[in-house]
Each structure stands twice: as C-alpha cells, then as structure tokens.
Design a protein. Structure first.
Length: 290
C-alpha cells in the first residue's frame, strides 16, 4: 500500500510540473527521454541518476519545451532506480522524484576470431598508443557542447544488413572481452558512409582498435561514431550536414572483415544507436520516419 501512495505522489508531482517521461520502462544500454514544458515560475536545473548529473537543454524543435537524455549503462543491473529532477521556484530550490524500471536487455553472445596482435598487444608502444587514444576519446565524450547542431530527424549511415547488434557479449578467440558498443552494418569496401545528422567533426584519425575513425559532435552531449573506414572524406574541425559522406567503409583496426561500426554516445555513455535514433525521431522530431 505504501508503494502505491508513493507512486501516486510521484505522478501528481510530475503532472504539476508538466514533466513527461517518455519511456520509464527501459533496458540497460538504452536511453531515457524526458520532456519539460516551460513554465513561468519554474527553472529546471538538472537530472540526477545515482551520483551523476545530466543537463536539461532547450528543445531542438519546440520553443515551449526543454528536454534531457539519460543514458542507462550497459552494466546497470535490473532494478527500480530513482531519478531526481532539481528545479528552482521564486521561493526555493526543490526536487521532484520518479522511478525508472530498468530491465535486463538480454543481449546475445557472439564468438569472433581476429589477429592475436589485436587482442592482447604486448608492445609498450602499442599499449602507450591505445592508452592515449582511449584518453583522447573519453575527453571528447565527456565534453558537453551547449550549442545544438540538429533540428531534424536522424538517418542511418547506410542502408545495409546488420551483422552484429548493440550489446552482444564479445568473445574474441575464446576469451570474453566485453560487449559490442555499437551496431555493425555490412559494407563492402569502399561503400560511402553518411553522417547521421548535422554536427562538427571532433576526431578523424586512424586508431589501433577502431581503425580509421570519425566522431561527430551533434551538441547537447550527443556523439555519433563511424569506425573501420578505408578513406576519410572529412577532417577534424569540419562542420558537416546530415547525409554528407564522411568516408568510405573498410577493414581497418580490430576487425573480422569489411563493415561499418556505428555507435552513439550520450552523456559519455555508449547506448544502443538504433533505439536512440528511434526515440529521438519519434518524440523530438514529430515521429518522422527514417
């Protein structure tokens, strides 16, 4: 009975504040979208999950709204989690709470065979290189650009068969090495790879594991990533448009054959790119089809 009354309290609070949690039932590795209606005497500050804070931004397509994206880590265990929204009124700083029902994504396992040199490199030079590349990438993903570059639906980087889904446990040469942080598309060399939405190229370089890589900053903590390219068509610092060719597919880096690895980062966290695109296109961009 107590849980029932607590849920009623949460619901009434959300209604009073005009907050719409689009998908409170969510699996690990997915993204939660929250929309806020602008109100005269309320200033929304941030959203907290666990000990991490997420910013609330101006809505890309509706001047009367704001929004927040909450990434759920792949490693998050099934549980009922509390989200806290901090906001200001003319009298005080207050909090609103609601619950997320985080479920098990039930991701599959897949076995891959790659060069042993790409699994556990022994060379100090290679170890130094991969550590530097990891640090560089984390610095990029940890940067939240206040400017928003997008105002229309996302598109897929190419139309092709998906060969490996997000979240699959990766077993390289018989050893578990984590999970697949993106979606792989079949892409014979050299297939043109399109940018998923407007943004700024913040990395275009060859990396040990990801091969020739392009990372695009879309603003508001959203990044799209395109790996294993054979050729670049853009450079670091370029402003790019949705549908623009970023490069050509290939088989560079740690790979079993030619394909495109496509991934999305939100607030520094790897999330399912297909669920993210569907969520944004359905709710932010008026349900337009990809």
């Amino acid at each position: 009975m107590r849980i029932f009354f607590v849920l009623i309290f949460f619901l009434s609070t959300l209604l009073a504040l005009s907050i719409d949690v689009k998908n409170p039932d969510i699996a690990n590795g997915k993204t939660v979208l929250i929309e806020f209606k602008k109100e005269k005497n309320i200033q929304y500050e941030k959203v907290k999950l666990d000990k991490k804070s997420y910013e609330i931004f101006l809505h890309p397509t509706d001047a009367k709204k704001m929004y927040a994206l909450i990434p759920i880590s792949y490693y998050k265990k099934p549980n009922i989690e509390e989200l806290k929204i901090e906001y200001k009124t003319k009298d005080a700083i207050s909090n609103a709470f609601f619950m997320l029902d985080i479920k098990d994504g039930k991701y599959k396992k897949e076995k891959l065979k790659v060069s042993s040199k790409k699994i556990n490199p022994k060379s100090k030079a290679v170890k130094d290189r991969t550590a530097k590349e990891y640090s560089e990438a984390m610095k990029i993903y940890g940067t939240v650009t206040k400017q928003n570059y997008i105002d229309s639906k996302f598109i897929m980087p190419l139309e092709s068969k998906i060969t490996s889904a997000f979240g699959n446990a990766r077993i390289y040469n018989g050893t578990l090495k984590g999970y697949h942080g993106g979606t792989d598309f079949r892409a014979k060399t050299p297939t043109p790879i399109k940018c998923s939405n407007d943004g700024k190229v913040v990395l275009a370089k060859d990396r040990f594991y990801a091969g020739n890589s392009v990372i695009v900053d879309h603003g508001h903590g959203i990044y799209s990533c395109y790996y294993h390219l054979s050729k670049f068509k853009v450079k670091n610092g370029d402003m790019v448009k949705k549908g623009q060719i970023l490069g050509l597919s290939g088989s560079t880096g740690r790979i079993t054959g030619p394909h495109l690895h496509f991934s999305i980062r939100v607030g520094g966290v790897q999330v399912d790119p297909l669920q993210f695109i569907s969520l944004m296109n359905k709710n932010i961009f008026n349900g337009e089809k990809i």
